[in-house]
Design a protein around this ligand. Sequence first.
Ligand SMILES: NC(=O)c1ccc[n+]([C@@H]2O[C@H](COP(=O)([O-])OP(=O)(O)OC[C@H]3O[C@@H](n4cnc5c(N)ncnc54)[C@H](OP(=O)(O)O)[C@@H]3O)[C@@H](O)[C@H]2O)c1
Length: 275
Amino acid sequence: MSASATPAQPTFSLTGRTAFVSGTSRGLGERFALTLAQAGADLVVTSRTLKSLDGIVKRIEDLGRKVLPLELDVRSYDSIVAAVQTAKKEVPKLDILVCNAGCNVRKPAVDVTWDDWNLILDTNLRGSFFLAQQAAKEFMIPAGYGRIILIGSVTCVAGYAGLAPYGASRGGVKQMAMALADDWGVNGITVNVLAPGWFKTAQNAVMYENQEWVEYLSDRIPLKRPGATGDLDGPLLFLASEESRYVTRPRISCSGESIGEPLQRQRWSPRPSTK
Ligand SMILES: NC(=O)c1ccc[n+]([C@@H]2O[C@H](COP(=O)([O-])OP(=O)(O)OC[C@H]3O[C@@H](n4cnc5c(N)ncnc54)[C@H](OP(=O)(O)O)[C@@H]3O)[C@@H](O)[C@H]2O)c1
C-alpha cells in the first residue's frame, strides 16, 4: 500500500447502480429506497400489495430514476423466485440488495403462539435468506459484484422482554450474514448488517404512544434520543456504495448505541402488535 497518492474524496455515488429494496411501502424501507435513488441508483421496490407502492414509485420517478414496482411476499419461496425472475427480465443488473421486509409481534414470552413464531422467523430470517440467495444466484454471482445489506436490530446482540422470537430472528440474521459474506466474498459480494435502533414507524408505533417509555428509552441511549428520520441514510449509503468495498461481515449499529440495558423495568408492558 502506498500512502503517497492523494486520497480521493469519497462520493458515495450510486450512479449507474440498480438497487432492490424489499418492503418499500412505508417506514424504513421507503426511506432506504429514496436514499438510494437520491444517490443515483435505479430501484426495484416491493410490497405484498402493488397499489401501496404508488407513492414511492412517483417519488423515485420525480428524482429522475427508473423504478420497477413488484409484488413480493418474502414468506413465500415462489413469490421470491417470481420477483427476482421478473426483475431479471426488466432490469439489466442488480448491484445492491436491501433485505428490509420484516415484522414483529410483541408479547410476553408465555403468550407467544406457534403461528407468531413462524410469522416472525419466516419473514425476517428465512425470507431474507432466500431473497439474498436468489439475488446472488441470478444477478450478483454472474456479475462478480454485489452489495447485500441485511436489516438487523439492536436485538441482533441484546435481548429484551416481549421480543424473544424477534430477537431470535435478528440474531439469526447477524449469524447468517457472517456465513453469506464468507460464501460470496469470492464472488465480489459484500454482506453486511445495518442494525437500526428504535425508530418510530408502524412496526413500533404502539411503543411511542407511551411517552413515559420514550423518556425511559432515551435515558438509556448514550445519545439520549431514539432514531430520527435521516439517521440511517449515511450508514446505508456507505454500505451500498463503492466506499465500503473492503467491508464485509460487520454489524453496523445505528441506534445511538442503546444496547445492553434491559428495557422493561416495569415501566411498560409489552402489548401485542399485529405489525
Ligand atoms: N423501526 C425500527 O425501529 C426498526 C428497528 C430495527 C429493525 N427494524 C426492521 O426494519 C425493517 C423495516 O421496519 P419498519 O419499522 O419500517 O416496519 P414497517 O413500517 O412495519 O414496514 C415493514 C415493511 O415490510 C414489508 N413486509 C412485511 N411483511 C412482509 C412480507 N411477508 N413480505 C414482504 N414484505 C413484507 C411491509 O410491506 P407490505 O405490508 O406493503 O407488504 C412494509 O413495507 C423491518 O425488518 C424491521 O424489523 C425496524
